[in-house]
Write a protein that binds this ligand. Structure first.
Ligand SMILES: Cc1ncc(COP(=O)(O)O)c(C=O)c1O
Length: 375
């Protein structure tokens, strides 16, 4: 049977407690949400949804073509200018997802004969970028500038180091200044994925590179998603103008992919406008994360101190994590559940999102439910 081998894999998944299921949520979903990536509570903000709706009415439901054919509207160009200006970079290029932006940045900047030095805790999209790149990849110890330095020292020719700025599993931050220093000593570029930093770190949410004083540097490239803090959908690469022009000409996920839907561009633009007007949202998300961490650890739970708005709580086993998340859900609280293969160290976790729009009562309720349902 053509797909008989799938049954074998399904059985192994069941035995390991690693089966994943989809749970469509209703539009008026009632649970307290600490599972989404809507860090600033903007996905349903009326200005953001109206920005998306207006863009769809004006430009259509789809972009109608790839960016180099018909898929670049004036709205895409405006979003690129705004993103670059907000985060402090010379130029930006918008993609249909953050995943596509990461594939583009890594593959286009790692030609034949180059080296990519990749943090062991990087997001799957950076890992896939390394797999698709023509250059060689060396995976190095998590958050370790010296390991990056050593790897770069072994190589002649073009090289980049790639890292998440905030790691999605534990919510810890990369040592960006140290990484930039290691790269500069060897004439290498630094490519960082700020999916969990944009909107949360840096002045008014301008991101981790801005906070580290690296925004606008000619050897630094940042990728972002529009789907987390900005409450929309899509991704972008920010960097020096020659790098962005290179991506327009060389990045396959840019050239061979339909442009970002106008509604997503319009929603992200509205979110950026809102963030400029209400910069305190970023600090509020960080404060909620700090409070969640303090209260959960005070209850004896094991959680990594959050550097941004991801709070990760260790679970005893994959099955224990699934049961814990299900019990939270039954008690009206939605939390993320990370299990292998999404966790590089094999340790399952509950993953909580510290949203800027959570009230003190909601934070208290979330902590209480997590404590009462702990395995
Ligand atoms: C660190 C990181 N990078 C990239 C992505 C991909 O972004 P997108 O969902 O826009 O494809 C995600 C999230 O899903 C992420 O967590």
């Amino acid at each position: 049977m053509a797909f008989g081998w799938i049954d074998e894999q399904a059985r192994a998944r069941r035995e390991a407690g690693l089966v994943r299921v989809l749970r469509p949520r209703p539009a008026d979903s009632a649970p307290l949400d600490l599972a989404s990536n809507d860090y600033l509570g903007l996905a349903r903000h009326p200005e953001v949804t109206e920005g998306a709706a207006r863009a769809a009415r004006k430009w259509g439901a789809g972009a109608t073509g790839s960016r180099l054919v018909t898929g670049t509207t004036e709205l895409h160009a405006e979003l690129e200018r705004e993103l670059a200006a907000f985060c402090g970079f010379e130029a930006a290029l918008v993609f249909s997802s953050g995943y596509a932006a990461n594939l583009a940045a890594v593959t286009a900047l790692a030609p034949h004969g180059s080296l990519v030095v990749s943090d062991a805790g990087n997001h799957a999209s950076l890992i896939d970028g390394c797999r698709l790149a023509r250059g060689a990849t060396q995976v190095v110890t998590h958050a370790d500038p010296d390991a990056v330095r050593k790897a770069l020292a072994t190589h002649e020719g073009p090289a980049i180091a790639v890292s998440d700025t905030v790691f999605s599993v534990d919510g810890d931050a990369a040592p960006l200044a140290g990484l930039a220093q290691a790269c500069r000593e060897h004439g290498a570029g630094l490519v960082v994925d700020d999916a969990h930093g944009l909107g949360v770190l840096g002045a008014g949410g301008r991101g981790a590179a801005y906070e580290a004083g690296l925004a606008g540097a000619d050897d630094v490239v940042v990728t972002v998603t529009l789907s987390k803090s900005l409450g929309s959908q899509g991704g972008a690469v920010l960097g020096p103008a020659p790098v962005i022009e290179h991506l327009v000409n060389a990045a396959r996920t840019f050239i061979f992919d339909t442009g970002l839907a106008p509604a997503a561009a319009g929603g992200a633009l509205a979110a950026l406008t809102l963030l400029r007007r209400e910069p305190e949202r970023a600090a509020r998300a960080r404060a909620v994360a700090g409070e969640l961490h303090a209260r959960l650890t005070a209850m004896g739970l094991s959680a990594v101190r959050p550097d941004a708005a991801v709070v990760s709580v260790r679970a005893p086993s994959p099955e224990g994590a699934v049961q814990w998340a299900a019990d939270c859900r039954s008690a009206g609280l939605s939390v993320g559940c990370f299990r292998p293969p999404s966790v590089p160290d094999g340790i399952s976790r509950l993953r909580l999102t510290a949203r800027a729009d959570l009230s003190a009562e909601q934070v208290g309720r979330a902590v209480r439910v997590i404590g009462e349902t702990r395995p």
